[in-house]
Design a protein around this ligand. Structure first.
Ligand code: RP5
Length: 165
């Protein structure tokens, strides 16, 4: 599993994906590779990814975010794109650059920013879980815990007395 980002400045966001992998004990690497600033490294990374045993690549980038698209153009591995939040356009620039791929070269694009990075991690876990029963069990338990937390929050709210209509 690999998490790649276009700049060191993306790390705070992509840490969310790394946290998910740590929670599920999924081994992973974290790389800074830019489609624009280090195009040769991006190409080498994509062409060697499958031979290195990677199964899914998470690629996060911002602004004219071409990293996920470039990797997807050079690798058959599933690529999950995380659009970074940006100061100028709020991440809409990153989102459109990542999601609007031409037919034939797909990227599974998630939400802008930290929620997207977290979901990228969970989506990658779901892909791995297709062939790993133990991991699938941990994913099911994760979902169940979330469900219980929402039910518990609702129960407490009802006990404290909901406002009358
Ligand atoms: C993109 O430009 C990076 O992915 C980052 O989100 C954005 C800004 O990069 P820095 O100028 O902070 O290196 O390529």
């Amino acid at each position: 599993m690999s998490i790649v980002m276009g700049s060191q400045s993306d790390l705070d966001t992509l840490k969310e994906a790394s946290s998910v992998f740590k929670e599920f004990s999924v081994p992973h690497e974290i790389r800074v590779i830019s489609a624009h600033r280090t195009p040769d490294a991006a190409r080498d990374f994509a062409l060697s990814a499958e031979d290195r045993g990677l199964k899914v690549i998470i690629a996060g980038a911002g602004k004219a975010a071409h990293l996920a698209g470039v990797l997807a153009s050079l690798s058959l591995l599933p690529i999950i794109g995380v659009p970074m939040h940006t100061s100028d356009l709020g991440g809409l620039d990153s989102l459109l650059s990542t999601v609007q791929m031409p037919g034939g070269i797909p990227i599974a694009t998630v939400a802008i920013g930290k929620a997207g990075a977290k979901n990228a991690g969970l989506l990658a876990v779901a892909v791995l879980a297709l062939e790993d029963k133990a991991l699938r069990g941990r994913l099911a338990a994760y979902r169940e815990k979330m469900t219980q937390e929402v039910e518990e929050a609702d129960r407490k709210l009802q006990e404290s007395g909901s406002p009358s209509a």
